[in-house]
Write a protein that binds this ligand. Structure first.
Ligand code: UDP
Ligand code: UDP
Length: 455
């Protein structure tokens, strides 16, 4: 399929999986490559799971008219046999189950494709299908290089019941490994093992990280210490979001706050909190004595969050009591605009990797409260790199409620730690250098484009 395309203008097909944490970095990379002279087609599944995805996709195609849209109609998917009710995982399964339709979809497009860029969740089903039609696959890995290392060595090591040693990296305590991975017959684990095994068949793996943030993991991956046979692992981050031209409302509030005085609190696009925990977090932020901007979220899918009133979630009188130094919002905010704002001095984060790479880019110190999945592995990167600290609080669906007193204490600690502020700021400077054309990540992106042109 690659033989008749213009080698100077590679044509890429992008296929993300579900959730904003996947869609956003896919849009950002697609935009960056389009701006660097590649032809880009973007595969989209409608309707999206969340309203945020639907808005983002619409804004993205409006902002980048050169990028072609390919609508992917999935075959009907019966979720009854799958051991998860999470709508985002069910969507991933549905895409995996429809991967056999990709060749026909790709064949309908002109000029012919030079490569497929896929999400890790789709690797084991899509790479063989693409290979069968002569198309190389590249993985755009949207988590940390540490998490990629865990994925790469997982199939060859027996996780058993103890801690997990990543060769060339560090020992991950059992309690930091996603709970599903403790159970080898869990469907997430089956897919994780399959995706880990297929990595050597990818033509390259792009990672949203940079040298100064993860030097050890990147060297270990590329020197064959983590697992044999991996393709080039290329750090190209922290990739800045494609500019879609919005300014959210919390910004006007931030404009009135002193420099570095506000702690921003957000747990990503799909991590909900119980009402009890939301109340305690509210107590904690109040007790911390710090200024705060908090995106509260009580439902996994944002379409259901609209029905929930803030006042009912936080308790009567809360908003009035904190109004001089706290702003609580519900719904989507432009997080990158917020992290970039001079008033932000700290970030209480669930340690989703996009959030962390955005914090690194803007030199904002982090208090990590990982909640599940890859987040404790990512939190360890935060601690080792000097970006911040993290706490072992309620994890992976645990019911335990963390009390406000403890939360307030940690938030205050974060905001008073000048050493951490300085080390986060240094990482921010390194991040800016890395993404410049002559920086390590800038060169990484150029290397990737070079690989495409050589095919
Ligand atoms: N995000 C945002 N506004 C919100 C919530 C999230 O812009 O109200 C963005 C955030 O900047 C990040 C992504 O959504 O780019 C969330 O990805 P992450 O990997 O941090 O966590 P996930 O949501 O996948 O758990
Ligand atoms: N992941 C992976 N291989 C897989 C599935 C997941 O490496 O087959 C990683 C990937 O980094 C993903 C993370 O595990 O982001 C954890 O996924 P999570 O359950 O947190 O879902 P997400 O919030 O990323 O959609």
């Amino acid at each position: 399929m690659s033989s008749s395309s213009d080698p100077e203008k590679p044509h890429l097909a992008f296929l993300p999986s579900a959730g904003m944490g996947h869609l956003k970095p896919f849009c950002s990379l697609a935009a960056a490559l389009s701006e660097r002279g590649c032809d880009v087609s973007f595969i989209s599944v409608q309707p999206t799971v969340s309203a945020a995805e639907s808005c983002h996709i619409a804004d993205f195609f409006a902002a980048f008219p050169r990028i072609r849209r390919l609508d992917f109609d999935l075959v009907a998917y019966d979720p009854s046999g799958f051991a998860s009710t999470d709508p985002f995982f069910l969507r991933v399964e549905a895409i995996r189950g429809s991967a056999h339709l990709l060749p026909a979809l790709l064949a309908s497009s002109s000029p012919p494709f030079s490569a497929l860029v896929i999400d890790i969740f789709l690797a084991s089903t899509c790479i063989p299908i693409a290979a069968a039609i002569g198309l190389p696959s590249y993985i755009w890995f949207i988590s940390s290089a540490a998490m990629l290392s865990l994925l790469a060595c997982f199939p060859t090591c027996s996780p058993g019941v103890s801690d997990f040693e990543i060769p060339g990296l560090w020992r991950v305590p059992k309690a930091s490994i996603p709970r599903a991975l403790h159970n080898l017959s869990h469907p997430f684990t089956t897919q994780f093992v399959e995706n880990g095994r297929i990595l050597p068949k990818a033509s390259g793996i792009l990672v949203n990280t940079f040298e100064a943030l993860e030097p050890v993991a990147l060297a270990a991956l590329n020197r064959g210490k983590v697992a044999p046979g991996l393709p080039p692992v290329i750090a190209i981050g922290p990739l800045q979001a494609a500019s879609l031209g919005h300014e959210g409302s919390p910004l006007s509030w931030l404009h009135g706050q002193p420099a570095r005085s506000v702690v921003y609190v957000c747990f990503g696009n799909r991590t909900a909190m119980s009402k009890e925990q939301i109340r305690e977090l509210g107590v904690g932020l109040e007790k911390s004595g710090c200024r705060f901007l908090w995106v509260a979220k009580s439902k996994i899918v944002d379409r259901e969050d609209g029905e929930v009133e803030l006042e009912g979630l936080l308790g009567e009188g809360y908003l009035e009591r904190v109004k001089h130094r706290g702003l609580v919002v519900k719904g989507w905010v432009d997080q990158e605009e917020i992290l970039r704002h001079r008033a932000i001095g700290g970030f209480l984060s669930h340690c989703g990797w996009n959030s962390l790479s955005e914090a690194a880019l803007h030199g904002v110190r982090v208090l990590g409260w990982p909640r599940g999945g890859d987040q404790r592995v990512n939190a360890e990167v935060v601690a080792r790199s000097g970006l911040g600290i993290w706490v072992e609080w309620s994890w992976d669906g645990e019911e335990e409620v963390v009390m406000g007193e403890e939360i307030g204490e940690r938030v205050r600690q974060l905001m008073e730690d000048d050493g951490l502020q300085a080390s986060a700021a240094r990482l921010g400077e390194e991040a800016v250098k890395a993404v410049a054309a002559d920086g390590s990540s800038g060169k990484g992106l150029a290397e990737f484009i070079g690989m495409l042109k050589m095919r």
